[in-house]
Ligand binder design. Sequence first.
Ligand code: ADE
Length: 224
Amino acid sequence: MRIDIVTLLPELLESPLNHSIMQRAKERGLLNIHLHQLRDYAINKHGQVDDMQYGGGAGMVIMCEPLSKVIEKLKSEREYDEIIYLTPDGKTFQQKIANTLSLKNNLMMICGHYKGIDQRIRDLYITLEISIGDYVLSGGELAAAILVDSIGRLIPGVLNDETSALTDSHQDGLLAPPVYTRPAEFKGLNVPEVLLNGNFKLIDEWRQDQAIQRTEERRPDLME
Ligand code: ADE
């Protein structure tokens, strides 16, 4: 998979996308991420990419021309399955969306700043608008990093244990059950007996029960 990210702050994305599982995905050639500095497409030699909003009001708006230039350049080089704009008024990101996006070949992500981007760019080019939650970030970069991480780890071959993504919280609509490792007793707390007896049918049943119980307690909204 190839992901192109258009941003004014590529530095914000470099560290999260160059460690751990994302780094492994890159090294294995399964995920190629390209960062594009929007300022390189500025409208003048002062590096201007934003302007005041029509109608007045606080906050700058990222202009059409720089975004249009970079998006059209990238689109002329390959076909994109989705052009995603990260925005607090987008569709709330969920595991289901990560699953769908992990099957795509080429994604483009646009990170906004200030008041956001000119609506006409959204009308003309954006195919999917995503919010990572009901709160406002200073820009789309951290949201893009979250999307890339959650999508990247689902690409076949990225995780070492292929089954581990399947047992994540949310993957089957339930929260994950509790997990334990050695020692069997710690400060008077014991690992549940069922996990120690090697009966995998019983273990599966226990995990399923725990997942349901945990979801009912913590996220009753998911049970409906
Ligand atoms: N940009 C600013 N806030 C955001 C949010 N909650 N989700 C995605 N992009 C954003």
